[in-house]
Write a protein that binds this ligand. Structure first.
Ligand SMILES: [Zn+2]
Length: 254
């Protein structure tokens, strides 16, 4: 009897030691989150046709939902049905920091956040992630949005060494994206490759943001399809994973 008890207890101890050591090791596959902001639905839809072959997944952060036409809403639903995430990017696309400096947080929630959630819900989208327009955020805003969204994305503005970059998932519901638009001052293929290599070697999830995918760049806020293919190719070749913002919610240690 005593021997049995001893065996049971040591088994329990062994299990708890195991789960304890497991807790410290990230159990997820390294990968990327590709996010797109604004309302370039036709261009997103066309980019998806090209990038499908990589089994990619993206997160589309939509602003001004009530200005989006029925054919484009249909396209958003199709993207969602294919495993992409449709998330929020503001009802009006206000610069949050400037808006609250003038009108306060309550008014921001009333004009920019709650109508967005309501209208997107009405159109069949259950929004759980949010990306700040212009990447402009503050600690007070993060706090105010905490209960409304599972994942909140800002932007990482520096172009420092990957180890210092804020654009990796860090076991938090707040994430920051590196902008891969051609016009972004820190964008280059060389640097993007460094960021991807760092994710691969260090078991990280890299967060990227883009706006309008195009074949040839003609303006600001445009990302070459070629750049997106470069990222997707890297992910496939290195057995990494495509995540959506919402996927991170399952990875955060509660
Ligand atoms: Zn935007």
């Amino acid at each position: 009897m005593n021997r049995l008890l001893y065996a049971l207890l040591s088994g329990l101890l062994f299990c708890s030691l195991l789960s304890c050591s497991n807790k410290k090791e990230p159990t997820f596959q390294p990968g990327v989150i590709i996010t797109f902001d604004d309302a370039f639905v036709d261009e997103w839809f066309d980019a998806n046709k090209v990038l499908k072959k990589y089994d990619w997944k993206a997160t589309f952060n939509v602003c001004r939902i009530d200005s989006i036409g029925a054919p484009q809403l249909q396209k958003l639903h199709q993207l969602e049905n294919e495993g992409h995430e449709i998330a929020g990017h503001g009802y009006h696309h206000y610069n949050a920091v400037k808006f609250i400096a003038k009108n306060g947080i309550d008014e921001y929630l009333k004009q920019e956040i709650d109508p967005m959630i309501r209208s997107m819900k009405h159109k069949g989208f259950k929004v759980t992630s949010f990306a700040y327009p212009y990447g402009e955020r503050s600690a007070d805003l993060d706090k105010a949005l905490y209960s409304r969204f599972k994942i909140i994305r800002g932007r990482a503005f520096c172009g420092s060494k990957p180890v210092n970059e804020g654009c990796y998932f860090r076991d938090s519901k707040y994430v920051y994206a590196f902008d891969i638009d051609n016009s972004h001052v820190h964008f280059s293929y060389h640097y993007l490759l460094e960021l991807l290599d760092y994710a691969k070697k260090n078991n990280k999830i890299l967060v990227l943001c883009s706006h309008k995918p195009v074949k040839d760049v003609t303006d600001n806020y445009q990302t070459k399809i070629e750049t997106l293919e470069f990222v997707c190719n890297y992910i496939k070749l290195n057995n990494m994973k495509f995540y959506t913002l919402n996927d991170l919610n399952q990875l955060i240690e509660k």
